[in-house]
Design a protein around this ligand. Sequence first.
Ligand code: GLN
Length: 289
Amino acid sequence: MTDKTWDVAAILKTTTDFFGQKGLPTPRLEAELLLAEILKLRRVDLYVQFERHLTPAEVDAYRELVKRRLNREPTAYILGRKEFYLLPFKVTPATLIPRPETERLVDEALLLTKNLPNPKIADIGCGCGAIALALAKNLPQSHVTAVDLSPATLEVAKENALALNLTSQTEFYLGDLTEPLTNQTFDLICANLPYVPHDDLATLEPDVVKFEPLLALDGGPDGLDLYRRLVNGISRWLKPLAYLLLEIHPPTLEELTKLIVAEGLTFIKAIPDYARANRLVLAQKPIFL
Ligand code: GLN
């Protein structure tokens, strides 16, 4: 890329074609995100500056990012951030990158809690804080407690709370599932725990396998190791009529429903994702449990 001068339009076109040939899922978008980062522009501004000529230093810096992406490093890790529910989140290799299908969990959680005056919500396995902080932002009267097992991950979640101005509405605890929760009960507990069956891990995209934390993905032999431990005894943290909302590996729905019923909760519904797979499970604690 150094032998000729490049303008924004040309370098984007060349990079997009190259990313496309290499099988990246969204070549144009990713070419734009990386170039906007180098030029310190918003993505839309690239279009206003289509004829801008890049300096050799800018071309070199861009080439470095393009090479990282070609090595399958996720764009979110290259940029150090990912948008989720229209909010910017810092992400690092210690945190799973928030997925678009998890926004559906936030939609549902908001519907369940929007009529409560002061909803108390827990997010177990919060990662970078995407679910917890999207809920806190959209429910200004709520209080959200978030737990994660990984100290490095929890630090990122706390930084995101600070950046989003949500520290007074949120609390973060280091620990295993519900273990750090004190004697309190919630209106809603949500979780997107590691749920990929161990033997399926190798079949995930190379971007995921090579770069994302396996700790946040590996659900054990059948994908339910973590949910088995979470659901067992979860009732004591739920108020009467409170909800449990989980993102799951769709094939585990039936088995998970059994766990929910064994815990004395009422299965309410499964909610499909954009690919029509049962990605979420909603359960409720009966009034007299
Ligand atoms: N949806 C993620 C994936 O398939 C898995 C997230 C999880 O295990 N909680 O990459």
